[in-house]
Design a protein around this ligand. Structure first.
Ligand code: UGA
Length: 438
């Protein structure tokens, strides 16, 4: 089938590329000439493993096209995917200006009845509002399908081709069946529901996963004080298939462009229908606190941070992405700057994003060794393979009195302690070699 995808961010690009990979003719539209120029040369504007190879393959097969002209793209296509961003407003609500602007553009470019598939994460009721907005600006009929996206940055292609389910919501049966047909070749179970439920499934799924993370982080905080070990506790919990082992990794909280934004939006949506979503508010609060966990520990270990070299390993909100939005690294750096620390950072991919925020207030290193040499303490923020591969002896060799604060549970406490390294790992209260009091 012939499809137009509006937006070439994470969701849009992965959607366009994957739809072309399963055989559809796809034109991806973006207002950014810079992005489109790059994409035409098969250069991805986002860092996502495997995406450039697939762009190249499908462009060569004449199934994938890029452009800035929506009107031209919609000339003979009656399916349009909307994937533009819905960033967070200061009050937590989802900002729908890009979505509304794109809806008006669609209306003005329509030359026949059209199905609009919304992949952007939007509050319940938005699809109906977008439908009205389009209808006010065109003489043709529009049918809406909500198709929330569940991909994770860094493993987006695996998630798209091997996902657990595809959710399609519509109040128009014919449109629902057409989009189900578009998705058939993914060979993933399709769950069909109404528009509003599909919109809610997306928020509820992200909020539930965020709840799992805040829950396990709270258990980790208690483990530290009771002699238990969080990794063993979460493994033991996860063996119960009703609980499941995924998203039970304790650490320094969740970041990124989705969980923080969507939990805030859902809490706000609940408020608009006079529901005080207490549980979700607690999830958010726990997460904010957890992001500063390593700083709290550091301050008990190094009394005066003024002028002291503190090393941060990893800056991205998780590995395999250059995204630093809502990452723990940002709040940690802000906090350490206030304390006057001399901050040295290293990340294999995400350094540029942090540099755009902090400029010359901190030092950007080119490798792990130069980051940790002579450092007073090392904070492990992101579990990149390169960072997980660091041999503990390196800390001993390069740091004067090694203190390693691990937000991603990489090392074995006994091994670190046998090397004379002061080691703190979130949620590890075992073996008393370095018992903490926080
Ligand atoms: C998340 C969801 O996992 C996707 O299903 C959803 O499509 C996406 O949001 C979205 O709404 O667009 P993403 O933000 O890319 O995906 O990343 P995740 O892999 O879910 O990780 C989010 C954060 O949680 C990261 O900071 C990660 O370090 C943290 N996390 C994750 C933990 O702290 N513990 C865990 O066990 C899992």
């Amino acid at each position: 089938m012939e499809i137009v995808v509006i937006g070439t961010g994470y969701v849009g690009l992965v959607t366009g590329v994957s739809l072309s990979e399963i055989g559809h003719q796809v034109t991806c539209i973006d207002t950014s000439i810079e992005k489109i120029t790059k994409l035409k040369k098969s250069i991805s504007p986002i860092y996502e493993p495997g995406i450039e190879e697939l762009i190249e393959k499908n462009v060569a097969a004449n199934r994938l096209f890029f452009g800035t002209d929506l009107q031209a793209a919609m000339k003979n296509k009656k399916i349009v995917y909307l994937t533009v961003g819905t960033p967070q407003n200061p009050d937590g609500t989802a900002n729908l200006v890009y979505l509304e602007a794109a809806a008006i553009d669609i209306a003005k470019s329509m030359v026949q009845d059209t199905i609009v598939v919304v992949k952007s994460t939007v509050p319940v009721g938005t699809n109906e509002k977008i439908k009205k907005l389009i209808e006010e600006n065109t003489q043709f009929n529009v049918a809406m399908v909500s198709n929330p996206e569940f991909l994770r940055e860094g493993s987006a292609l695996v998630d798209v081709f091997e996902g657990d389910r595809i959710v399609l919501g519509a109040n128009d049966k014919k449109a629902l069946e057409t989009i189900a047909e578009v998705n058939n070749a993914f060979a993933i179970p399709i769950y069909k529901t109404n528009l509003e439920s599909a919109e809610m499934i997306k928020y509820a799924s992200n909020a539930f996963l965020a709840t799992k993370i805040s829950f396990i982080n709270e258990i980790a905080n208690i483990c530290e004080k009771t002699g238990a070990n969080i990794e063993q506790v979460s493994t033991g919990m996860g063996l119960d298939s009703r609980i499941g082992s995924k998203f039970l990794n304790a650490g320094i909280g969740y970041g990124g462009s989705c969980f923080p934004k969507d939990t805030a939006a859902l809490s706000q949506i609940a408020g608009t229908v006079n529901h005080d979503f207490k549980l979700l508010k607690a999830v958010i609060e726990v997460n904010e606190k957890q992001k500063l966990k390593l700083v709290d520990v550091l301050k008990t270990e190094v009394s005066h941070l003024q002028g002291k070299k503190i090393a941060l390993l990893g800056l991205a909100f998780k590995p395999e992405t250059d995204d630093i939005r809502e990452s723990a690294s940002q709040v940690i750096i802000e906090n350490l700057l206030v304390a006057g620390a001399n901050i040295h950072v290293y990340d294999p991919i995400a350094q540029a994003g942090i540099q755009a925020v902090f400029g010359d207030e901190i030092v950007y290193e080119k490798d792990i060794e130069s980051t940790i040499i002579e450092a007073e303490a090392v904070l492990i923020i992101t579990e990149w393979d390169e960072i997980k591969a660091i041999k503990p002896a390196i800390f001993k060799k390069l740091m004067r009195q090694p203190i390693v604060l691990d937000g991603r549970l990489i090392y074995n406490k006994a091994e670190m302690s046998s090397l004379g390294i002061k080691y703190y790992s979130v949620g590890d209260g075992t073996n008393a070699s370095y018992k903490t009091d926080y």
